[in-house]
Design a protein around this ligand. Structure first.
Ligand SMILES: NC(=O)c1ccc[n+]([C@@H]2O[C@H](COP(=O)([O-])OP(=O)(O)OC[C@H]3O[C@@H](n4cnc5c(N)ncnc54)[C@H](O)[C@@H]3O)[C@@H](O)[C@H]2O)c1
Length: 402
């Protein structure tokens, strides 16, 4: 077996920076057959304590306060971009120009224009890209995708997706960068709807038309300094600042003629202020011969109903197991579940395989543009009340009809 060492640079050591780092470190253990050993070379964060943490705890050989040093480092082959949204386009374009493959968190830009600028830079430089669309990798989702593709559900007629989180359900939840239009772009649209748009396109194919509406439930929150705490924090008695983007978004969607689910219709909703659902990322898919239901809160379960006849028609609860996606790399048998961080290990595997050129199963920058088009259209439609056609994006990995 040939053995490849891949030098890793990390930009931003917040929640996602840590998760990416652990994912790289897991690769030789979880996927020994790949012969890929990531080496943590250098990490950057403008908050000195986080840069130190990357070096002293996460295991990077060096740390810096300036991300340009990561991109200029000769031992860095691939870069993880885990910065707040407003820096994604700037850093993504700089990474491409430095000739570095990059794994970038969603949303890649604050809208289609920024995302397309990153796409252009990546295509011009010919670098491999991968996007933080982690829900694709859940083994139950991979099984659901296969059941849709092989016709087990018949013709797909309608879908329902609800990405409901409570991370800001508390009115005194911190006003992190996520609520600032300049720093984040849109609110829950870019944060959670982008994930949902990608997930349904991955399973069912390109969306062709959308109409949407949005609302902001809590208009002011206590200010949180960048680089401190997390967006789950609650701050009592702090100075208040305005929320500049939406807490809730709802959309009607139609799938286009190229989609595996051509002609299907449905609803997509996202909220960051739901009380009750914690991180209930739910998709329901209905066909003429059967249906599927999956919820991230029960990530290792798939509800399946196949067939219309007999007394036992209805949903059956199936546990993800070795026949589902990458499950067997993590656990030997069904019932012992995987978790969120494991999805990032699968994502790192797909990114690194694509980088070394063996297989290209990763999401890519075109998928990010495609999701951004849906998010932007929902926001525009919320203002005008009109349906908006989504132009196709060449190069996506959505489920296209054979
Ligand atoms: N894929 C997912 O499920 C998922 C989950 C959470 C977050 N995200 C995405 O990951 C990104 C980061 O989110 P997070 O929750 O990790 O944020 P975070 O607030 O925990 O961390 C952001 C870090 O960026 C640092 N930073 C700010 N300016 C910088 C600069 N100029 N150079 C280097 N570092 C800088 C901050 O100091 C902080 O440590 C966001 O785009 C978010 O949408 C994705």
């Amino acid at each position: 077996m040939t053995h490849t060492t891949v030098g890793v640079g990390l930009i931003s050591v917040g929640w996602m920076g840590k998760v990416h780092s652990r994912a790289y470190q897991s690769i030789p253990v979880v996927y020994p057959e790949l012969g890929i050993t990531p080496r943590l070379v250098i990490a950057a964060d403008t908050e000195p304590s986080r840069a130190d943490y990357a070096r002293d705890v996460l295991g990077y050989a060096e740390s810096t306060l300036d991300y340009h040093e990561v991109l200029a480092h000769p031992d860095v082959d691939v870069v993880s971009i885990c910065a707040p949204n407003f820096l994604h386009a700037e850093i993504g374009i700089a990474a491409a120009r430095a000739g570095k493959a990059f794994w970038i968190e969603k949303p890649v830009g604050r809208g289609v224009d920024e995302t397309t600028a990153v796409e252009t830079a990546a295509v011009d430089a010919g670098v491999v890209t991968s996007i933080g669309f982690n829900y694709r990798h859940a083994p139950a989702i991979e099984k659901a995708k296969a059941l849709i593709a092989d016709g087990s559900l018949g013709r797909i007629t309608n879908i329902r997706g609800t990405f409901f989180a409570d991370y800001s359900a508390e009115p005194n939840g911190a006003l992190s960068w996520r609520f600032n239009r300049k720093l984040a772009g849109s609110g829950v649209l870019g944060d959670l709807m982008g994930h949902l748009a990608d997930l349904v396109q991955y399973m069912l194919g390109p969306v062709s038309d959308v109409t949407g509406m949005t609302s902001t439930i809590h208009t002011h929150r206590p200010i949180q300094k960048m680089g401190t705490g997390t967006h789950f924090d609650v701050i009592e008695g702090g100075e208040m600042g305005p929320v500049e983007n939406e807490d809730y978004a709802g959309m009607l969607v139609r799938f286009g003629p190229d989609a595996v689910a051509a002609g299907a219709v449905g609803t997509l909703e996202a909220s960051r202020v739901a009380v009750g659902p914690r991180a209930s990322y739910n998709v329901e898919i209905y066909g003429t011969e059967g249906s599927l239901m999956w919820d991230f809160e029960r990530m290792n379960e798939l509800q399946v109903a196949i067939g219309r006849k007999g007394d036992l028609v209805g949903y059956q609860r199936v546990m993800a197991g070795p026949g589902f996606g990458d499950f067997s790399h993590f656990q030997p048998g069904a019932g012992t579940g995987m978790g969120f961080d494991d999805l990032k290990v699968v994502e790192a595997r797909k990114f690194l395989e694509s980088y070394v050129g063996s297989r290209h199963l990763n999401s890519n920058i075109h998928d990010a543009v495609s999701a951004a088009k849906i998010v932007d259209a929902a926001e525009k439609s919320a203002e005008t009340g009109q349906w908006i056609a989504i132009t196709p994006t060449p190069g996506v990995t959505s489920a296209i009809r054979a």
